[in-house]
Design a protein around this ligand. Structure first.
Ligand SMILES: CCCCCCCCCC/C=C\C/C=C/C(=O)SCCNC(=O)CCNC(=O)[C@H](O)C(C)(C)COP(=O)(O)OP(=O)(O)OC[C@H]1O[C@@H](n2cnc3c(N)ncnc32)[C@H](O)[C@@H]1OP(=O)(O)O
Ligand SMILES: Cc1cc2nc3c(=O)[nH]c(=O)nc-3n(C[C@H](O)[C@H](O)[C@H](O)COP(=O)(O)OP(=O)(O)OC[C@H]3O[C@@H](n4cnc5c(N)ncnc54)[C@H](O)[C@@H]3O)c2cc1C
Length: 634
């Protein structure tokens, strides 16, 4: 007799009479029906392998055992790559990030940097000959690489990196050296124990002149013994300059010195998708739990309500639910810009490079910071159980907050965005992705609180805040301040302008995608409600920007607040159906709070029982420490 599949009765009720086709949203997020089929096949192929399951929860292993266990599974995954039903590239993409990969490698993938930065650096910076020599070796895993740029003393300021690569014309070799403790490469993933090669960013010196940071291929460890090569600690020999600019002993400047930063741009672009995947996991866990959890008293004398029925809980969870769609659609737009810009750059056309740099910095900073804040709100919305390690919130939060720092610390990236916006506004040229800054935007006199009207307000705020920042810069200039001091003293305004620009891009992506998308009426309705909720939410959160730069009035704000709470109530009935549409398997969520069947309490109990401390009634430490204390009559 088939085993009755348990489904929490509250979740079961939430799923009844769903007014839209969940699969239509799943296909939208996957990029089409075929992609969904491919993803599900790949998930089955990977998650059905018993060798990829953890014998004990990772949190109970030592540091070294965690590393060994993750490396074992990562290597097994690479073996499975060859036979993957989805093909190598889609499989690699799925295994490197917060989705399928994190279901197997919960502490992180020791081979991630090899695929996410080392190979992209070879592809983007290597000459044809260098690619012929190294790419096949890298793809065949005959070498494991990392991207070694950050040093103990420098991560942000690349022009301040201390590692030196001095070209010796006699031997036609580069001598790499770490001249000081602060020059030690620090932070590169896999550098400690896994990688035997690295792309090392170093200051290139030739004929006594520093030509700036360039990428170098360096062998770190013996390919057989894995022992560090002689002198590896503070002296590297025989590196090779990737995309060598040394021709017959003479340095030939690249067409754009920032092309050596291209690998970082790629990761900033993919990070937007990755943090969105993590946010989807957090929202799914919190939403399902909030419909299972019953607590307190809403109506005196009534049964304890589902906590999702509190407006306060809807205010916590529905904006991040909407954000997952907003960030996904914006990340898709950025990915398309990346491909277009990269194809043009390969043909020598660099026109889109500033737009790509500006937008990738803006979206990486916005998506990572907003996702981190939203993940923490999701954790808090689950009360004490959200604090447990097994909830998966601590791990998801750790992964998302890391993205606020790596690949360019967010503040630094916001200032890069501001530099691009000020230049575009002042020069009234270029800026293909910030067209609103070119030409005079006439702001609407009275505020129109329709969707289109609110988007116009976002544009007013974006251009207005750039003008406020420029006015600050000019004011400082008139006081005789040097440009670098004026820039530093306008930083608060510059960052606000950059953030307003990033929000405008996300809002326009969401609205435009709904206009262009071939959606059924029910899906369009629910996604339009989410879109309107999200853009009003952000406006209410940043109302100061809009008061400063538009004719928004107190009455408008009160009207928008009313609209916001109406939308919370309208979307509440579909919350579980919307997160079900993400189609995230329990193994990917990896949380007893978010499992599809809602059997939360039994799963929490089962997780607790796995703790080594729960394998005996009295832990040995009692006899060693506590009992003597109890007897000591202090
Ligand atoms: C495939 C799916 C996989 C999914 C997995 C995703 C998860 C990924 C997991 C990875 C985990 C960890 C990896 C982490 C790796 C790292 O952290 S690597 C190290 C990252 N470090 C940084 O990002 C350093 C940040 N600092 C900088 O980029 C530069 O120092 C900075 C840009 C801040 C300043 O550079 P300067 O040389 O000083 O330039 P500046 O004077 O400010 O500007 C001059 C000029 O150049 C333009 N510019 C700057 N950068 C770029 C660029 N990258 N591209 C194009 N143009 C650039 C700038 O706009 C100026 O132009 P202008 O016209 O003169 O104004
Ligand atoms: C999980 C993780 C993985 C990483 N992986 C790698 C890797 O694989 N390879 C690699 O090379 N690196 C890696 N890094 C390093 C990462 O790239 C750097 O930490 C990052 O670039 C920030 O640089 P920093 O640490 O020097 O911070 P700092 O720049 O020293 O930041 C400290 C403070 O100074 C502020 N600040 C700095 N410059 C300015 C400025 N111009 N204006 C205003 N404020 C400023 C920052 O905003 C910040 O508040 C990783 C980091 C993490 C956390």
């Amino acid at each position: 007799m088939s085993k009755e599949i348990y489904e929490n009765p509250d979740l079961k009720k939430e799923r009844q009479n769903c007014p839209f086709n969940k699969e239509e949203i799943t296909h939208l997020l996957d990029g089409g029906k075929e992609k969904t089929i491919e993803r599900k096949q790949l998930e089955n192929y990977i998650l059905s392998d018993e060798q990829l399951k953890d014998a004990v929860p990772m949190e109970y292993l030592s540091h070294a055992d965690k590393y060994a266990e993750e490396l074992r599974k990562a290597c097994l995954l690479m073996h499975k790559l060859a036979d993957s039903p989805a093909g190598q590239v889609p499989t690699l993409r799925a295994l490197m990030g917060a989705g399928l990969g994190s279901a197997v490698l919960k502490e992180g993938n020791p081979l991630a940097l090899h695929y996410v930065m080392f190979i992209p650096a070879l592809m983007g910076q290597g000459t044809i000959d260098q690619q012929a020599k190294w790419l096949e070796k890298a793809y065949n895993l005959n070498m494991i690489g990392t991207y070694a740029q950050t040093e103990l003393g420098h991560g942000t300021f690349l022009r301040g990196l201390e590692t030196r690569a001095t070209y010796d014309p006699k031997t036609q070799e580069f001598i790499l050296e770490s001249p000081s403790l602060t020059a030690y490469k620090w932070w590169p993933g896999s550098l400690g124990k896994t990688a035997n090669y690295a792309v090392v960013m170093a200051q290139l010196y030739t004929k006594g002149k520093c030509e700036g940071t360039h990428p170098f291929m360096v062998q770190l460890r013996d390919e057989e013994t894995h022992e560090p090569l002689p002198g590896i600690v503070n002296m590297w020999l025989n590196p090779v300059c990737i995309s060598s600019y040394i021709h017959y002993g003479t340095y030939v400047k690249p067409t754009n010195s920032k092309l050596s930063y291209a690998t970082m741009v790629f990761v900033r672009v993919v990070v937007c998708q990755d943090v969105t995947t993590n946010l989807r996991k957090a929202v799914t866990i919190a939403t399902r739990y909030s419909c299972v959890r019953r607590q307190s008293e809403l109506k005196p004398g009534d049964r304890e309500p589902q906590v999702m029925d509190y407006q306060a809980q809807q205010n916590k969870l529905l904006p991040p639910l909407a954000a997952t769609f907003a960030f996904q659609l914006a990340a898709d737009h950025l990915w398309n810009l990346y491909h277009t810009a990269n194809n043009n750059i390969e043909q020598g056309d660099l026109e889109l490079l500033p737009d790509l740099h500006g937008l990738s910095c803006a979206l990486k900073a916005l998506c990572s910071s907003e996702a981190a804040n939203f993940v923490e709100v999701c954790r808090q919305s689950c009360g004490g159980h959200g604090y447990m390690s097994c909830s998966n919130f601590p791990r998801i939060y750790g992964q998302v907050t890391a993205a606020e720092t790596y690949e360019g610390e967010n503040t630094v990236l916001w200032l890069q965005v501001a530099r691009y916006l000020v230049k575009t506004r002042k020069e009234q040229s270029g800026g293909l992705s910030v067209k609103y800054l070119i030409g005079e935007e006439k702001g609407p006199k009275t505020v129109d609180t329709t969707l289109e009207g609110i988007v116009k307000l976002y544009r007013r705020a974006a251009v207005g805040l750039v003008d406020v920042a420029i006015a600050e810069l000019d004011k400082s200039g008139r006081k005789g301040e040097a440009p670098h001091d004026a820039w530093n003293h306008a930083a608060v305004y510059l960052i606000k302008a950059a953030q307003a620009h990033a929000r405008l891009f996300v809002v326009e992506s969401f609205v435009d995608s709904l206009k262009e998308g071939k959606l059924s009426a029910p899906v369009r309705t629910v996604l339009s409600q989410l879109c309107e909720l999200f853009i009003i939410y952000w406006l209410l959160e940043r109302s100061g920007d809009f008061f400063l730069c538009s004719n928004l009035t107190k009455q408008d704000l009160l009207l928008l607040n009313s609209k916001y709470v109406e939308l919370l109530a309208a979307i509440r009935p579909q919350a579980v159906n919307l997160v079900d549409s993400f189609d995230l398997r329990d193994e990917v969520l990896n949380s007893p709070l978010g499992c599809w069947d809602g059997n939360v309490y039994q799963r929490l109990f089962d997780e607790a029982a796995k703790s080594p401390l729960n394998q005996s009634n009295v832990h040995e430490s009692f006899h060693k420490y506590l009992k003597p204390l109890l007897k000591s009559n202090l």
